[in-house]
Design a protein around this ligand. Structure first.
Ligand code: HEM
Length: 422
């Protein structure tokens, strides 16, 4: 995009009293039912209101989502195109999701291909066997911190730190640097009073990493970006590494937690808990269909007036990608209970130019699968410490993950051989 456009006309549905509030406790408890209700009421594209009653469209239909994500000229990524900026207060809680940053996430066209191409090339050179070994070591080390106690919150003590520790390592960060990064990223995600300062520290740590790799290149993602023919500037590399770390962290940790929850609560996966590994892959895949981590993604912006799923869309309107709703679309799921096995046609990594960058989905799967495998190997009699109904989901419309995953098991005292090597 050369000149960002600002449109003052509100979306066509701005005055519609039936728009669904895309926030509040209903999304925490049973978002699937809400998507079905919206679909029945409005069809595949529903009018919604974000926090502060800011209007947007939620794309619920699988075909419509394919069309939106596959048509970047019509539905573009740069949030400066949004026609609602004049209604957004400076303290709007969703600003971190929508405020423009000069990163690959919001780049369009040739500029996006240049940035995403470089990141993709750099990630492609990660050795999957090495990543797996690193993940095993990280998982063992974390389990050692609670194995002797017989109980843990697997969200905070296990699923949350693993992905960023693994991704930071592939970028060339030391274990100590990665541990501090995990702490600061956690504070930044929580959005409390220290969030901005914590995010500045994350950016500072990545900038330092880039400087040190420029002086001493190594076999890591950062050094590959520095040497890439796309000739990225220092700032571009820092911004895009922060995107990679951010984008990898929450969804992969929710993928791990949601998979462990499924295996602990569903009889079909009980065998895996006593040592069998076969059904871990099936559980990981089923989670991507039934409880996908990125349930809604913000978003795309219409570049001109158009229509979609029977709704009139105006230039500058915001469309939220309803990935979880599209996965449940009855048009593609004739038999929801049976048809997720071996089927990877879900929209959980999105689609089109801005889909989760290749090969991040494969890397995320290595991280998630290793985390679940090591956990079940080390703590084979793991059970939930509360009833399944008492588990609490994060109060987020965007990310589907558990606030806590309390478990119990027989305490073990011997640290793993792998973790003592660190
Ligand atoms: C190692 C872990 C991961 C890394 C490094 C990673 C990296 C990325 C990056 C760099 C982007 C931005 C792509 C762009 O704008 O061009 C992205 C987007 C995305 N990723 Fe991932 N990701 C990871 C794991 C996951 C997981 C586990 C999920 C969900 C199951 C996921 C779902 C998505 C989605 C939905 C988008 C947005 C696509 C869109 O706007 O259309 N990612 N990811």
């Amino acid at each position: 995009m050369t000149t960002p456009q600002h449109f003052s006309r509100p979306p066509a549905h701005a005055a519609t009293p039936r728009a669904t509030a895309l926030h509040g406790p209903k999304f925490q408890h049973n978002p699937g039912q809400l998507y079905r209700d919206m679909r029945r009421q409005h069809g595949p594209v529903a009018p919604v209101l974000l926090d502060g009653d800011i209007p947007a469209w939620l794309v619920l239909g699988y075909r419509e989502l394919l069309h939106v994500t596959g048509s970047p000229q019509l539905y573009a990524r740069d949030p400066r195109r949004w026609n609602a900026w004049d209604r957004i207060p400076p303290d709007w809680p969703l600003l971190p999701l929508f405020a423009y940053q000069p990163s690959m996430l919001f780049a369009e066209g040739q500029e996006h291909r240049r940035r995403a191409g470089a990141v993709s090339d750099a990630l492609s050179q990660i050795d999957p066997f090495e990543l797996r070994l690193d993940c095993e070591r990280i998982a063992d080390r974390l389990i050692d911190t609670f194995a002797g106690t017989g109980e843990a919150d697997l969200t905070a003590q296990y699923a949350a730190p693993i992905p960023l520790l693994a991704v930071a390592k592939t970028c060339g960060m030391s274990d100590a640097g990665a541990t501090t990064l995990v702490r600061d990223m956690g504070i930044a995600f929580d959005g409390g009073p220290d969030a901005l300062e914590a995010f500045a520290r994350v950016r500072g740590a990545v900038a330092q990493l880039v400087d040190s790799r420029r002086a001493h290149p190594g076999p890591d993602v950062t050094s590959r970006l520095l040497g890439h023919p796309a000739a990225l500037t220092n700032d571009e590399i820092v911004n895009d590494i922060v995107v990679v770390m951010n984008a990898g962290q929450l969804p992969t940790s929710a993928w791990i937690g949601n998979t462990v929850r499924l295996m602990l609560t569903d009889d079909r996966f009980a065998l895996a808990l006593s040592g069998g590994r076969n059904s871990i892959g099936e559980a990981l895949n089923e989670v991507l269909w039934e409880d996908t981590p990125t349930q809604n993604m913000a978003g795309r912006f219409a570049t001109r007036d158009t229509s979609l799923g029977g709704q009139r869309i105006r230039a500058g309107d915001l469309l939220i990608l309803g990935l979880a709703a599209a996965n449940a679309d009855a048009g593609i799921r004739q038999n929801p209970c049976a048809d997720s096995v071996g089927n990877r046609a879900h929209m959980s990594f999105s689609h089109g130019e801005h889909r989760c960058v290749y090969p991040a989905p494969e890397l995320a799967e290595i991280i998630a699968r290793t985390a679940v495998e090591v956990l079940l190997d080390r703590l084979p009699d793991l059970t939930l410490a509360v009833s399944p109904d008492a588990l609490v989901w994060r109060p987020s419309v965007w990310m589907r993950g558990l606030s806590a995953l309390p478990v119990q098991f027989t305490p073990t005292s011997a640290p793993s051989p792998a973790s003592t090597e660190l």
